[in-house]
Design a binder for this molecule. Structure first.
Ligand code: ZN
Length: 589
């Protein structure tokens, strides 16, 4: 059978890549598996192709490693051709990440440029994950750049929080840098811009500037000579005070895009910088720093959220005037959850008033909060990739992330019993079998119905239990089964006295029967715990005073022996994460 030319080329490319990745030795079975992954349509014909694959692999394995590498580079696809697109998707399952325009395999550089002015949240997770995934998809580079040029808003604490979030999400930059390390370079570009008549120093009052911008009027500064502006620029470093002078881009004061109406490029901020102290007082704005940094860092694809869309014209105009290479700017939508605002403006006042207890309060969408709540980093990555690179605004319900997380933690979370204090009956069991000593026998219960690796636990039981009142209140006179223990008939339930009801039951045997199954906590093994249940922080755009439910409960002592950070499922309650001694946070149902 004649093998089609494009199939042959694909086999050769896969064989070369397999060889390059495995010490120069390609393997027939690996190449075959990859071929089927990339071209599922060939599965039915694969037997016919095996001799060809074998021949190509033999040929490739006879090459020196340098020859393999250079042959691979020669035929490694320019991404954009359809075959390569299919290949990349099959290899990485990036079903929702479309190909980047003009992306060349091995040459893509992306960056995540957070300003260290707050705690990273789910929106940052989206940006950092998508930037990293694209770099990996094209075997390129991914840069983390702290855009730290507004010292009044930035803190050391926030750099650390962003790094923590990144590490937790297992996002690995190839390079980490700070814009503030490039200040001298940024100054030199500012001067070049003044020299080419692309920027000027304006000493008008802030009010005047604002008014002129609104009405599209040029100020007198604009028409001064370049020499004069250079002089004013130097004065910004030692003479002018904050708000007395700014460097403005010479745009178009009548542009319909108001961003282009001579925006600020540098301003004086006399404030200690978290990394640089008082070394600088003239700081670039985001618009200036981001375009220059992206260009000089070799960024090929600058992804940013949609609210910057109007700033793209300025981004390109700055680079144009300076004759610098222009990255491709792409926008994606912001990501936040329904009822969980990400904006600092909304969250900070709640923290100040004590309504929310810090940036890791489990009701918040910060990475620290999601982590504390028991959301797994893999779940966040999967969630972000499942939404993909959409430009439409996404405000998915939190339940979507919960569903992914549940699937990830389900098999490794021990199932434990707990009984809420507000739904609790203390039950005495009478007529226990003779082989069940009343002085406390031990029962062994498996920690997970299917995952045997989670082992089992030993529970001390006598004849008294806490049971959910709602489970037995309607069962008087009927037989129920205490899960994994034995059966009893509920004889009577007495009205509550001082908190919970008391009840009496009679032992009826061990045999597993088709009766109602009820979880239990042995009085001899009970510990009192507290579970925090986070709910929507915002309802109808207002703070929800019921956003944090506190549930006090009896749980088996095993729960209190689990390490902080462990995940468990309290039966019929939900998945929880051990947060501190005796304190648990509910992840989700
Ligand atoms: Zn002016």
């Amino acid at each position: 059978m004649a093998v089609e030319e494009d199939t042959l080329l694909l086999i050769r490319r896969l064989a070369l890549r397999n060889a390059v990745e495995h010490d120069g030795k390609a393997m027939v079975d690996k190449v075959t598996a990859k071929l089927i992954a990339v071209r599922p349509d060939l599965r039915g014909n694969i037997k016919v192709l095996i001799p060809t694959i074998r021949a190509v692999v033999d040929e490739v394995n006879r090459l020196s490693r340098d020859e393999q590498r250079s042959s691979l580079e020669a035929i490694e696809p320019r991404v954009g051709d359809a075959g390569a697109a299919v290949e990349a998707m099959a290899e990485h399952r990036y079903h929702n990440l479309p190909q980047l325009p003009d992306a060349v395999m091995g040459r893509v550089v992306t960056r995540f440029p957070p300003e260290p002015n707050g705690y990273p949240h789910i929106g940052h997770a989206k940006a950092m994950i998508i930037d990293e995934e694209y770099a990996r998809m094209y075997k390129g580079r991914f840069i983390l750049r702290f855009d730290d040029t507004n010292p009044a808003k930035e803190k050391r604490e926030y750099y650390d929080a962003i790094m923590d979030g990144l590490r937790w999400l297992n996002v690995k930059p190839d390079l980490i840098k700070n814009t503030s390390d490039d200040m001298e370079l940024l100054y030199s570009y500012a001067e070049r811009l003044i020299e080419v008549d692309g920027a000027y120093v304006c000493t008008c009052k802030p009010d005047t500037i604002k008014r002129n911008r609104a009405s599209g009027i040029e100020c007198v500064c604009r028409s001064l000579s370049r020499e004069e502006h250079m002089e004013r620029w130097h004065k910004m470093f030692n003479e002018y005070r904050a708000n007395q002078a700014i460097l403005r881009f010479k745009g178009d004061m009548r542009s319909s895009n108001t961003v282009m109406r001579d925006p600020t490029l540098f301003r004086i901020i006399e404030h200690e910088h978290p990394l640089k102290g008082y070394r600088y007082r003239v700081w670039p704005t985001y618009d200036f720093a981001a375009s220059i940094e992206d260009s000089i860092d070799g960024v090929t694809h600058a992804l940013r959220s949609k609210e910057y869309e109007l700033r793209n014209e300025l981004y390109y105009a700055i680079l144009d005037r300076l004759g610098l290479r222009k990255p491709i700017v792409l926008e994606f939508s912001r990501l936040e959850f329904e009822g969980m605002p990400v904006s600092k403006r909304k969250i900070a006042p709640l923290i100040e008033k004590g309504l929310v207890k810090g940036w890791d309060d489990p009701r918040l969408p910060t990475l620290a909060a999601l982590r504390r709540r028991g959301i797994q980093p893999e779940a966040i990555r999967e969630f972000v990739l499942s939404l993909g690179f959409t430009k439409a605004d996404t405000k998915p319900p939190f339940e979507v992330l919960e569903a992914i997380n549940r699937r990830i933690i389900d098999a490794s979370a021990p199932r434990l019993f707990m009984v809420r204090l507000d739904d609790c009956a203390r039950v005495k069991v009478h007529g226990l079998a003779d082989d069940m000593p009343l002085d406390g026998s031990a029962v062994v219960i498996r920690n997970h119905p299917t995952n045997k690796a989670l082992g089992s636990r030993v529970i001390k039981v006598r004849d008294e239990f806490y049971l959910p009142l709602s489970d037995i209140i309607d069962a008087v006179g009927r037989e129920i089964r205490l899960i994994d223990l034995y059966n009893v008939v509920i004889e009577r339930v007495e009205p509550s006295e001082g908190g919970y009801a008391s009840a009496h039951a009679t032992f009826t045997g061990y045999e597993v029967k088709d009766v109602k199954k009820v979880q239990w906590v042995s009085v001899d093994d009970a510990v009192q715990i507290r579970v925090l249940v986070p709910r929507h922080l915002y309802v109808d755009d207002a703070y929800n005073p019921k956003s944090l439910e506190v549930v006090d409960a009896y749980a088996e002592s095993y729960a209190s022996r689990m390490d902080v950070g462990s995940i468990m499922q309290f039966v019929r309650f939900g998945f929880c994460r051990a947060d501190a001694d005796g304190i648990f946070i509910m992840s989700h149902k």
